[in-house]
Design a protein around this ligand. Structure first.
Ligand code: ADP
Length: 500
């Protein structure tokens, strides 16, 4: 078939569970997989799951997953035909896509031009407007200085949110409720954007109080076909980072589901999108939706979609990147039951979710057909202090939402992660919360609902988790100086914050 660039080898430029996830599908498709052995994690589990290990442990910078020159050099040296970036790291860096193209290596993602366009939140917003996808009121372009920020914010009306154009991982974002706070917040957001992304540019958008975060999984190919694979709800967040995702969303009716799906596909067509991707929306109380951003890569939460639509998204990535026309049609996408993903992080809920690390002494996952566990670890492996804190993703599939919650609680009782502090107690509290059970939650849920002393429970661990959360929330209320908080955060801790 013309236009097909068939690959037989793949370098996975990532680590942890996603490296394993990618290797699994690639091997099934008969593709030889290569993983990077780093100085920080020489005994990592993912190295046992790839066909070949590429030793880059001479690089002691801790940044080899970000080193485009080195990655391309290794791929060229070994004659590897394709590179999969996973999520985080270089997955949305147009320079890697460009370097791959120049070296005749297939990049498993969209083109550098599309990554650049959609990676710029302001430019992506403009594309959404052109595609007639609703957006929130916002500055027309990058805000030059604090004075301009003040003028635009008063036009839009408070509250507003200042956002880094190059943003990700919730960084470079500040909510402003009063004009007096604007100048200071502008400075903080811009400085944070400079240090996190090397780009200080910010824009201003209307801040929606208590929205739901609902995103659409899209799939497009190089032949002009584009479909949506239903939504995921990701409103359970802490510091703008997702903790639990589910699909479908209990907030959408069939008609809204179709409108959001159609909008996401229209945006894909507008930008000539030809890969898998995610179009993120915020929804207000009245059921209106607004485009927020597009992610041009595989998402952490992709398994909930895979569970309900029965499509292997990594396989689709590999196929469309090679130029195969998509076999799936919109009418093939049917929702089968319900799924939730619980991100078990190595964090101590009793000390404000402080990251933990060390040896995994025990990791026992119950064997049941409704549970999928994607983990980068097993007993004996070390959780290093220099990467993100994800230990495992528990994905539970059931016939409906109530069934999934019941099953998830059973899993949480049985699952064992020993050796490092983890967020299992947090999920026990969350999945027992009556409002969560009703599906009645939004992005402020953790700050508002879990502070209430509703929890009458004998389980000390769970009670302690709630008390810790209460203490954390009190703490952020009193520590208004966000600058102070930022300054106090050590470089070590900042480097641990995930970018996805
Ligand atoms: P990042 O790329 O840093 O992850 P996003 O643009 O995806 O940032 O936003 C992350 C989260 O921040 C959203 O899920 C939502 O909770 C919050 N958020 C972003 N923009 C707004 C807004 N305009 N109003 C209310 N909340 C917002």
């Amino acid at each position: 078939m013309s236009g097909i660039k068939k690959i037989a080898s793949l370098l996975i430029v990532n680590r942890g569970e996603i490296a394993i996830r990618i290797a699994k599908t690639a091997s099934r498709l008969g593709i030889r997989t290569y993983g990077l052995l780093t100085a920080q994690e020489p005994n990592a589990l993912y190295l046992e799951k790839v066909d070949e290990v590429v030793d880059v442990s001479d690089d002691l910078s801790g940044k080899v997953f970000l080193n485009i020159e080195r990655i391309i050099a290794e791929a060229n040296r070994l004659g590897i035909e394709a590179i999969h970036p996973g999520y985080g790291f270089l997955s949305e860096n147009p320079e890697l896509a460009q370097a791959c193209k120049e070296n005749d290596i297939l990049f498993i993602g969209p083109s550098a031009e599309v990554i650049r366009l959609m990676g710029d939140k302001e430019a992506a917003r403009q594309q959404a407007e052109l595609a007639k996808v609703p957006v929130l009121p916002a500055s027309e372009s990058v805000v030059k200085d604090a004075t301009e920020a003040g003028r635009i914010a008063s036009e839009i009306g408070f509250p507003v949110i200042i956002k880094a154009v190059a943003g990700g991982g919730g960084k470079g974002m500040r909510i402003v409720r009063q004009a007096e706070e604007l100048e200071r917040m502008y400075r903080i957001a811009s400085n944070e954007a400079q240090s996190a992304f090397g780009n200080a540019s910010v824009f201003i958008e209307k801040y929606l109080e208590n929205p739901r975060h609902i995103e659409i999984q899209v799939l497009a190919d190089k032949h002009g076909a584009a479909i949506n694979l239903c939504e995921r709800e990701c409103s359970i967040q802490r510091k703008h980072q997702k903790l639990l995702e589910e699909a479908p969303s209990s907030y959408l009716n069939q008609q809204q589901r179709k409108v959001l799906g159609d909008d996401a596909v229209r945006l894909c067509r507008q930008v000539g999108y030809d890969h898998i991707g995610t179009v993120e929306f915020l929804m207000d109380d009245a059921g209106h939706h607004y485009f927020m951003e597009m992610n041009t890569r595989i998402q952490v939460e992709h398994p909930v979609t895979e569970s309900i639509v029965g499509v292997d998204l990594v396989e689709q990535q590999l196929l469309v990147a090679q130029g195969y026309p998509m076999q799936l049609k919109q009418e093939d996408i049917k929702i089968n039951g319900w799924a939730m993903e619980l991100r078990i992080n190595a964090e101590d809920v009793q000390t404000n979710f402080a990251p933990d690390f060390g040896v995994v002494e025990k990791q026992a996952i119950p064997a049941c057909d409704y549970l999928r566990c994607d983990s980068g670890y097993k007993a004996g492996k070390v959780i290093p202090d220099c990467f993100d804190s994800l230990i495992a993703k528990l994905i539970i599939h059931g016939k409906d939402r109530a069934d999934v919650i019941e099953k998830a609680l059973k899993v949480l009782e049985e699952v064992q992660f020993e050796g490092v502090k983890n967020t299992v107690p947090f999920f026990k509290a969350l999945l027992n919360h009556p409002e969560f059970v009703k599906g009645n939650y939004n992005t402020s849920f953790l700050e508002t609902q879990l502070t209430k002393p509703y929890w009458v429970e004998e389980d000390e661990e769970q009670a302690a988790a709630l008390l810790a959360m209460q203490a954390y929330l009190n703490h952020i209320e009193t520590v208004k100086g966000e600058m102070l908080e930022h300054k106090q955060m050590s470089a070590w801790k900042q480097s641990r914050q995930s970018m996805f």
